[in-house]
Design a protein around this ligand. Structure first.
Ligand SMILES: NC(=O)c1ccc[n+]([C@@H]2O[C@H](COP(=O)([O-])OP(=O)(O)OC[C@H]3O[C@@H](n4cnc5c(N)ncnc54)[C@H](OP(=O)(O)O)[C@@H]3O)[C@@H](O)[C@H]2O)c1
Length: 254
């Protein structure tokens, strides 16, 4: 398949989980990919896997809390591949969880910084390069938690991730005339390191599984396919959306 032929993409949170699966699928679909996260060895193994499959990718390790890191990712896309068309701003953390009366201000702020402020910083530096190419697609990873579903004990996560939906709408309205589309993807539960950290017993896992109409959680590759759709021209009239890919968790009451 080649739905992203000739495109250049940045993927953050590419060292594992949804980001890693998406970077691989972007490359299979013909995109040249700049991959980012803090764990350098994981990024290097991803670049090697993509190259072995005939794709092109480069890695830059760093922390999404740093504005300079976003500048550097964009500069790398321009230097190595000539510009930027697609950005999947996906890096995220669960943050400090537990009864909200015990959550520290620093823990709450950390979730906001990594999940929300870093996404703003990323888009701030990405959109100008997309405009130079005549348009582009920005995708943020939000979640069903804090949108169509509420759990106790994850206030920082829910607040930071639902803030991304407002950011998505604001940027979509601001840059639509320049053909930059901006969407948020809202996964249900996906079998990744973060999911296992949140659901560390079989009881918790079966509780979460049962919340979904499909009675299972997603594989990261299933999210990757939805991100490719939003990144590609198949979604040419899709912008400003909070796009649920949640296995029916939002409509399930049994
Ligand atoms: N799994 C789920 O059920 C689920 C559901 C809804 C939404 N999500 C969202 O999906 C996204 C990806 O999570 P995942 O489930 O794939 O879990 P994951 O495997 O833990 O991936 C998280 C990614 O974010 C990166 N990251 C975290 N903090 C960072 C920082 N300060 N700077 C740079 N990179 C950072 C991690 O890389 P390094 O550690 O190498 O830096 C890693 O690549 C997250 O935004 C998460 O909130 C997940």
């Amino acid at each position: 398949m080649s739905r992203l032929n000739g495109k250049v993409a940045i993927v953050t949170g590419a060292s594992s989980g949804i980001g890693r699966a998406t970077a691989k699928l972007f490359a299979v679909e013909g995109a040249k990919v700049v991959v980012g996260a803090r764990r350098k060895a994981e990024l290097e193994s991803l670049v090697a896997e993509i190259a072995a499959a005939g794709g092109q990718a480069v890695a830059l390790a760093g922390d999404v809390r740093s504005e300079d890191y976003h500048r550097a990712l964009v500069a790398l896309a321009v230097e190595q591949f000539g510009g930027l068309d697609i950005a999947f701003n996906n890096a995220g953390i669960l943050g400090e969880a537990g009864p909200t009366t015990g959550v520290s201000e620093a823990g709450f702020a950390e979730a906001l910084t990594i999940n929300l402020t870093a996404s703003f910083l990323a888009a701030k530096h990405q959109i100008g390069e997309m405009v130079k190419r005549g348009g582009g697609s920005v995708i943020f990873t939000s979640t069903f938690v804090g949108f169509s579903f509420a759990f106790p004990g994850v206030a920082a996560y829910a607040a930071s991730k639902s803030g991304l939906i407002g950011l998505t709408q604001a940027l979509a309205a601001e840059f639509g005339q320049q053909n930059v589309r901006v969407n948020a993807i809202l996964p249900g539960a996906v079998d990744t390191d973060m999911y296992r950290e949140m659901n560390d017993t079989s009881d918790k896992q079966s509780f979460i599984t049962n919340l979904h109409a499909l009675k299972r959680v997603a594989a990261p590759e299933e999210l990757a396919r939805s991100v490719v759709y939003l990144a590609s021209d198949d979604a040419s009239f899709v912008t400003g959306t909070a796009s649920l890919v949640d296995g029916g968790a939002s409509i399930t009451r049994t």
